[in-house]
Design a protein around this ligand. Structure first.
Ligand code: SF4
Ligand code: SF4
Length: 256
């Protein structure tokens, strides 16, 4: 019997699930090793659980989400969360710093029909998670590595260092040192291959915080040498991973 895989969606844009479909060349090999038992983005054919591995995309934003994630944990041997929404609450976690009732009144004609929670929270706030894969969206090579690792009962080889290491590895000139372009690479988790600096752009942190990031030091550097301070720094940390503790605390240090 091939191990079974289920893919679940919570509050998200579907981009991380699409990363699995985006595997193209590798997808047939993956499908040869595992039975894709539930993946509504790809097929309406569903095989009932329990499942060996569940991939969970999205954050918990409704009372129904909070109940459903408990059921996913109950019927899954391994739970792997994928992407900024599932691992850090996503951009929808901006509500955590404001009143969600105000947002609903501004966006919806009939906000009384909306059933939502006051916060958007990562899956790990609700259930035990076996592995978190970062990125907005995730990197498909890292996804394949994680799936391969769990199929072969080994630890995933996902390094927790910064995007700067990937710049050095590919020989990219540092945009911050050479051109004064603000870059969050020193505090951001590797995984994209330093994509933005390779195109002469600063990193804006879509992979979330690296292991033990020194955000205070980077903010000080930006302030002293690049003139980025106060509310501008606050906004820098309030994007896709706004509720990841390191980014949340650094944003709050600049006025939020
Ligand atoms: S460009 Fe950004 S990620 Fe690359 S080395 Fe410089 S600071 Fe680090
Ligand atoms: S360089 Fe930064 S913003 Fe660009 S893809 Fe990589 S992690 Fe995301």
């Amino acid at each position: 019997m091939a191990p079974t895989l289920a893919v679940w969606k919570f509050a998200s844009c579907d981009g991380c699930q699409l990363s699995l479909l985006d595997c193209e060349d590798e997808l047939l090999a993956v499908a040869g090793e595992i039975e894709i038992a539930q993946f509504l983005e790809a097929t309406s054919a569903v095989t009932g659980g329990p499942y060996d591995v569940s991939l969970v995309e999205g954050s918990v934003t409704t009372p129904h989400d909070a109940e459903r994630i408990q059921e996913v944990r109950r019927i899954s041997n391994r739970v792997i969360t994928i992407g900024a929404c599932a691992t850090a609450g996503g951009i929808q976690a901006l509500r955590n710093f404001a009143d969600v009732e105000d947002f609903m009144a501004a966006v919806y004609a009939s906000p009384q029909n909306i059933d939502t929670l006051a916060t958007s929270t990562p899956i790990s706030d609700h259930i035990e998670v076996d592995f978190e894969l970062h990125g907005c969206p995730i990197d498909r090579r890292q996804l394949l590595e994680v799936l391969s690792a769990y199929l072969n009962e080994r630890r995933p080889a996902i390094v927790p260092h910064s995007v700067c290491m990937e710049c050095k590895r590919r020989g990219t000139v540092c945009v911050m040192v050479a051109h004064g372009t603000p870059c969050l690479g020193p505090v951001t988790h590797a995984g994209c291959g330093a994509l933005c600096p390779a195109y002469h752009r600063g990193c804006y942190g879509c992979f979330g915080p690296k292991e033990t990031p020194n955000t205070a030091s980077l903010s000080g550097w930006w302030g002293e040498r690049l003139g980025v301070e106060g509310p501008d720094l606050l906004r820098v940390y309030r994007t896709f991973n706004t509720s990841a503790p390191a980014f949340r605390e650094e944003s709050e240090a600049h006025g939020g």
